[in-house]
Design a protein around this ligand. Structure first.
Ligand SMILES: NC(=O)c1ccc[n+]([C@@H]2O[C@H](COP(=O)([O-])OP(=O)(O)OC[C@H]3O[C@@H](n4cnc5c(N)ncnc54)[C@H](O)[C@@H]3O)[C@@H](O)[C@H]2O)c1
Length: 285
């Protein structure tokens, strides 16, 4: 259902790769709500993924850019203003990648060259995007910028590796830049901390199926889907949230406030069954 929340607004969506991508769902919802948008991803992603199909479906130009390149980002903002006919009202940063995770380097055996790449792609690209936009005057006053993050920035989760450091930095950039951009142009900058979601990036996380099941059992409202995340992004891009800025906004069914739930406890106890004696007491061995 459309509420026309983004009627007349212009946006840029970074990071749609395929139909599972959170950015894909956000792009579709934003257009449903009346926005006109451009899409951006790396040239490899454009070649290997389905973003061109999405562009055709939504009537959106696809602009190739490596988000670690200031020059590429300048081109995305310049071209988007040309195509869309004015300043940009909203931006989604939906970009994350860890070469250390890909190469199966554990957190106590990181390759530091690869760590720099993780941070550049997953966090510093957000700063570059904001700095480029501000210098070019590309984001309209009262615009809204969102980056997607994960609770591993606050709490240690097995296997999330150096992406946890990248997410902590990403959230910090949202606060630091949010202050400056808010003060000068009323632009609001927030991060949305999403439940584990089965996407190309998500499936790279160690033990993703178990993590999703655990998070779902722990969350009173259950895991938030990519479609639900898109709904939340639309609200944050809309004029209904004009005084929300510099926040990490949890979109996780309540997971981040939980310690233990009955549903998780119940599952956890099952693992003890084979270690119980005839009286039902756990044998610790
Ligand atoms: N899937 C999850 O469980 C989950 C949970 C919380 C937050 N997030 C975050 O959501 C965002 C989107 O991820 P997703 O789950 O939709 O997966 P995805 O794989 O569909 O999206 C990741 C995107 O990053 C792009 N990318 C990688 N390197 C890039 C570069 N140098 N320049 C520009 N783009 C680049 C990829 O091409 C891809 O489109 C990421 O920031 C991710 O960390 C995901």
């Amino acid at each position: 259902m459309s509420y026309n929340l983004l009627k007349g607004k212009r946006g840029i969506i970074f990071g749609a790769l395929n139909e599972q991508s959170i950015a894909w769902k956000v792009a579709v919802r934003a257009v449903e709500e009346g926005a006109t948008i451009t899409l951006s991803n790396t040239s490899v992603a454009v070649r290997m993924g389905d973003i061109s199909k999405l562009g055709e479906q939504l009537g959106a130009e696809v602009i190739e850019a490596d988000a670690t390149s200031v020059e590429d980002l300048e081109n995305v903002f310049r071209r988007s203003m040309e195509v869309l006919g004015g300043k940009i009202d909203f931006v989604l940063h939906s970009i994350g990648m860890s070469p250390n995770v890909r190469k199966k380097r554990t957190y106590d055996n990181l390759d530091y060259g690869l760590l720099e790449k993780t941070l550049d792609i997953s966090a510093i690209s957000f700063h570059k995007m904001l700095q480029v936009a501000k210098k070019m005057g590309a984001i309209a006053d009262y615009g809204s910028v969102i980056a997607l993050t994960y609770v591993a920035a606050q709490r240690t989760l097995f296997g999330y590796n150096d992406m946890a450091d990248a997410k902590a930095m990403l959230e910090s950039i949202a606060r630091s830049f949010g202050y400056i951009y808010g003060r000068e142009h009323h632009v609001r900058i927030n991060t949305i901390s999403q439940s584990p979601t089965m996407t190309t990036a998500g499936s790279g996380i160690k033990g993703m199926d178990s993590l999703m099941d655990f998070a779902n059992r722990m969350s009173p409202l259950g895991n938030a889907s990519a479609d639900e995340c898109a709904d939340y992004c639309v609200v944050m891009f809309s004029d209904l949230t004009r005084k929300v800025t510099m926040q990490t906004l949890y979109h996780d069914g309540g997971f981040s406030s939980m310690g233990m739930s009955l549903r998780a406890m119940d599952q956890y106890e099952k693992s003890f069954d084979k270690y119980r004696d005839e009286n039902g007491n756990i044998m610790y061995g």
